[in-house]
Design a protein around this ligand. Structure first.
Ligand code: ATP
Ligand code: MG
Length: 749
């Protein structure tokens, strides 16, 4: 399926080669507590993809160990998603709840071995006793209970003799372990709650760390692939299986980076909030990053799989630009779907010299698409065009209909405006026009020149449709929650008009509406009386113009330490650092959090800062680039020092190199350990700021792009970015963007 070999496939191949595994068995183990999102699609693609590449199989397992949040409707949504994406889980869906009796027996075994005990501390005490990153924890006084007492208490926990939180079962490992997850992790808790499958049979529930590895073992999983936040849980995973001597063949855990996408939120908890608060119409709201949302909006499974393939599998978390997903759906539909005409904001045009009606034969696909098919478009005296395809006093460079400028009706005739009818307020009500009989598309013998063709529909045959235009749900690149919602994410157009051919086709179909974008007949609300179309995506990336810097800036890695899903409060020292970073040093809270919570990173940061006092720039590089390196290697294995980082930052501050080049230098430094100044000199990366060196390049680019120069001078100032981009490209990113910008602006005046 995938042709590139990633690190997971490399491991799998090695294990097959060495004979460690005879069969590859993976699993996709969602908790049925919400609808799956595109992050899950990535996990599905990896787990099912790897299994199928190596002729193994992948289990679909519901990780249903938390009775209060789970529900059958989520199980169904998960099955739908996997199926829609084209994967097959075989005969059974597995449920962790089916293993509850076995898991209980394993827990009893651990108790008998003296490796687990019933603890009776309160939640707060447990947290307090756990210690901190720098301080060892201390063991509960209940850890000394005898095996008999533990067995008795655990059985009574199961029988329901205690209240929630009164006791818990813990593994007896090491309260001073450097990996805090190993400080006597929780194995079972009491929850008097109704479970959607086990009903009221159980009132103790296994924790993730206990249930997951054993479920993997029970199912004969060979490779247990999960996301990076479980990295520290791997030690418990191995401890449980090893302690119980579950050896023949046993599963191993591997981690990959979670998918994050900008302009959206991606955790089921946050999605649930949006659904419950009514900010969206449901889990399948086409603006949500849920699989059901994409499906309803009109995305194809192919486009999502293709996206998952493109983003690849990495070990460092990063945020992917949503534009990349939009590219994938556009790319998929471009060659697949028929093109028809729809007018979203109709303006009436009466063609005064036309009588009767005719049908124009028009192909569904352009020449370069290897698909056939055509339809008849009715044409008559009264038509509608898009309101903004006519302007009375057009700006320079406006190519559509004006009182002076004729336009072609797509697939039809050229028309000329004769008269503009307005109401008493000056609003345009109608255009009176004339058509040119010899100008019919395909057999045009007229000599009339037009600059563009516009979509239109014939008034008598056009059908009224509702169009739902979706935009990004959040206005911020990294939204926190409801306060960042984009108020314009849904626009409903009630009175759009569409050509009849797009109606007679079966619903649940996709079209390109010419010049508008890709649309999908809503699979749920579309009816003959009221056809509804969802906008899937526009023809071009409209946000690339609106915001200049939407490129996927890697998100700082937040090494949050988690206990049962809660972020551990900061230690006193961490809190002091955090306050200093966000206060005096002016870092944003995410970067400050990353640094403050990680002793190695904060020491490294302070070291670099003592050489070069550029707190924000250094912090960004330490929280991103250095943190990433530290995921792969120990601090004393790093090839570069804090001093070298500050040297690098100083070159950026002094404008010797651009921050883009700085990334390149960093990669080199991380590999070779060479000094940044040396790298910059050897590779000739010094930033070019001298106008006399940049101006000839600008001249050359202007000479190569006369059309764009003309367009810019005619008022299309958005092309500034194009010119600056070209200069940067020509110089391999070395030209100083600020200087280029002002030179280009001056020259174009
Ligand atoms: P969320 O935080 O969104 O609720 P989760 O990790 O709790 O997600 P699960 O249902 O437990 O969701 O996850 C099922 C599988 O999908 C897990 O293996 C998990 O690692 C993976 N997964 C979840 N979110 C992502 C993501 N954003 N990118 C890649 N894989 C993901
Ligand atoms: Mg979860």
């Amino acid at each position: 399926m995938s042709n590139s070999k990633d690190f997971l496939r490399a491991i799998v191949e090695e294990d097959l080669k060495s004979g460690k595994n005879k069969e590859i068995v993976t699993r996709f183990p969602p908790e049925p507590n919400g609808f799956p999102h595109i992050g899950h699609a990535k996990s599905i693609y990896i787990n099912f993809g790897i299994a199928s590449d190596y002729h193994g199989h992948c289990n679909l397992r519901m990780d249903d160990t938390n009775p209060t949040k789970e529900d059958t409707k989520y199980v169904e949504a998960l099955k739908d998603a996997v199926e829609w994406l084209g994967f097959d889980w075989g005969d059974n869906v597995y449920f962790t709840s089916d293993y509850f009796p076995k898991l209980y027996d394993y827990a009893v075994e651990l108790i008998k071995m003296g490796k687990a005990y019933v603890d009776s501390l309160t939640e707060d005490e447990i947290r307090e006793y756990r210690g901190t990153v720098t301080q060892a924890g201390k063991r509960s006084k209940y850890a000394g209970r005898s095996v008999e007492e533990n067995l008795d208490l655990f059985e009574r926990m199961k029988k329901g003799e205690f209240k929630d939180g009164e006791h818990i079962l813990r593994a007896k490992i090491d309260m001073s372990a450097a990996n805090m997850k190993m400080r006597d992790p929780l194995l079972y808790r009491i929850r008097h709650a109704h479970h959607f499958r086990a009903k009221n049979e159980w009132c103790i529930y296994p924790m993730y760390d206990f249930a997951h590895c054993l479920s993997d073992y029970i199912e004969g999983i060979s490779h247990s692939i999960c996301t990076l936040e479980f990295e520290n849980n791997r030690d418990i995973y191995n401890w449980v299986l090893d302690t119980l001597s579950l050896t023949t063949p046993r599963p191993y855990q591997y981690e990959f980076a979670r998918l994050g996408i900008n302009y959206t939120v991606m955790s089921k908890r946050k999605l649930l909030e949006l659904v419950q608060s009514g900010q969206v119409s449901g889990w399948d709201d086409p603006r949500l990053p849920t699989i059901a949302g994409y499906k309803r909006r009109g995305y194809t499974p192919e486009s999502i799989l293709n996206f998952c393939d493109q983003i690849g599998i990495a070990k460092a978390n990063s945020t992917v630009d949503v534009a990349q997903l939009e590219f994938c759906i556009r790319d998929d539909l471009n060659k697949k779907v028929p093109r028809v005409m729809c007018v979203l904001d109709p303006l009436k045009v009466t063609i005064e010299n036309y009588e009767g009606c005719e049908e124009i034969d028009a192909p569904y696909y352009p020449h370069d698409v290897p698909k056939d098919g055509s339809r008849k478009i009715p044409f008559s005296r009264e038509i509608y065009i898009e309101r903004d395809d006519f302007i009375e006093n057009p700006p320079k460079g406006y190519f559509r209909l004006t009182p002076e400028q004729p336009v072609r009706l797509r697939h039809g005739y050229i028309i000329t405006c004769k008269e503009v009818i307005k109401d008493s307020n000056g609003n345009i009500l109608e255009i009176k026009a004339q058509y040119h009989p010899e100008s019919k598309s395909g057999c045009d013998t007229s000599s009339i020149k037009v600059k563009s063709a516009v979509q239109w529909v014939s008034a008598a045959q056009a059908k009224r449709v509702e169009i739902r235009v979706y935009d990004r749900l959040f206005k911020n690149e990294a939204p926190e929650g409801i306060e960042d919602l984009n108020p314009d994410s849904l626009k409903v157009i009630k009175n759009a008009l569409i050509e009849p051919a797009a109606i007679t086709e079966k619903p649940d179909e996709r079209f390109q509406f010419e010049r508008q974008g890709y649309f999908y007949a809503d699979p749920i609300e579309y009816t003959d009386e009221k056809p509804v179309f969802n906008k899937i995506v526009g023809l071009k990336d409209s946000w690339a113009k609106k915001t200049k810097t939407t490129k996927s800036a890697p998100k700082p890695q937040t090494k949050k330490i988690q206990v049962d899903g809660e972020v551990v409060p900061m230690s006193e020292v961490q809190q002091i650092l955090f306050d200093k970073y966000t206060g005096k040093l002016g870092l944003n809270s995410e970067v400050a959090n990353t640094l403050a919570r990680d002793k190695e990173l904060s020491c490294f940061y302070e070291d670099a800062l003592s050489v070069n006092n550029s707190p924000v720039t250094i912090a960004n590089i330490v929280a991103n680039e250095v943190a990433r390196e530290l995921k792969e290697s120990q601090i004393d294995e790093l090839k570069f020092s804090a001093k070298q980082i500050s040297e690098l930052v100083k070159m950026v501050d002094d404008e010797i190199i651009s921050s883009k080049i700085a990334k390149q230098v960093f990669e080199e430094m991380a590999k070779s350990g060479e000094n940044p100044t040396q790298i910059v000199e050897n590779k000739g990366l010094i930033q070019i700021s001298d106008p006399s060196k940049i101006l000839p390049i600008i001249d050359e680019i202007f000479a190569k792009n006369p059309d764009n120069v003309a367009k810019f001078k005619a008022g299309n100032t958005k092309l500034l970015g194009f010119f600056v981009g070209q200069v940067l490209k020509t110089t391999g990113g070395k030209a100083n963007p600020k200087v280029v910008n002002s030179l280009v602006t001056q020259k174009l005046k």
